[in-house]
Design a binder for this molecule. Structure first.
Ligand code: SAM
Length: 211
């Protein structure tokens, strides 16, 4: 997976490649999918959601430019795999999931790998960001939003980076947003397809995703 799917497609950050090689992806998929865990594909997980394709996880992690020991706000815990990769490269992660059952399973998986202290999973509407811990230096959104949610822009700190898929329900552009000297810059870096970000500043419940 690391050599063919990641390095072979242009992932160069050795910290990211090492973490992707170290985190056991088979522990983050439902049992019936474990033999497909390292496929070059997104896979279904509980709650009608998905664990992203390995390449997308590595690409977004590289784009985020994680500072070791720094705090990352993740929106869309899902299986917990992306959070485990971030923690393995040295980030502290606060991860928000809207579906309580998914959050519970992710917490168990992360604890099983000794990552319970590095990753805090909370249940909330992440489209509103996390005002209690703002401003944020690094934010990664792993669900597709119709536009960049205003609360996430408002909560992005000076020199902060936000990586987020934005667009239609089944087809988005990955956008990197940076804030410097109070100026926000949005850079589209390529196409992707995520399940929807459902919430007050995302898609409305019932539109294209489980409610
Ligand atoms: N990062 C995950 C992983 O490594 O498995 C994949 C995330 S999955 C593609 C998207 C997740 O975002 C789903 O679990 C979904 O329930 C969650 N989600 C959707 N809208 C949300 C919201 N407003 N706040 C928090 N989580 C949300």
């Amino acid at each position: 997976m690391v050599e063919r799917q990641l390095r072979g497609r242009g992932i160069v950050d050795e910290r990211v490649l090492a973490a992707m090689g170290a985190v056991p992806r088979e522990q983050f998929v439902p049992r019936e999918w474990t033999n497909r865990a390292y496929d070059d594909a997104a896979l279904p997980i509980e709650g009608g959601q998905a664990i992203s394709q390995p390449y997308i996880v590595a690409w977004m992690t590289e784009l985020l430019q994680v500072v070791p020991g720094g705090l990352v706000l993740e929106i869309g815990t899902g299986s917990g795999y992306q959070a485990a990769v971030l923690a393995t490269i040295g980030a502290r992660v606060r991860s928000i999931e809207r579906l309580p059952a998914l959050a519970a399973v992710a917490r168990e998986r992360l604890a099983g790998l000794g990552l319970a202290e590095a990753v805090e999973v909370i249940v909330a509407d992440g489209s509103l960001g996390d005002p209690a811990t703002a401003p944020h230096a690094r934010v990664i959104v792993t669900a597709g939003a119709p536009v960049v949610p205003r609360p996430l822009l408002d909560q992005l700190g000076e020199n902060g980076r936000l990586v987020i898929p934005v667009g239609a329900l089944d087809d988005q552009q990955l956008i990197v947003v940076t804030r410097q000297a109070d100026r926000l810059t949005e850079t589209p870096v390529g196409g992707c397809a995520f399940v929807p970000l459902i919430g007050a500043a995302g898609f409305r419940p019932g539109r294209g995703g489980p409610v």
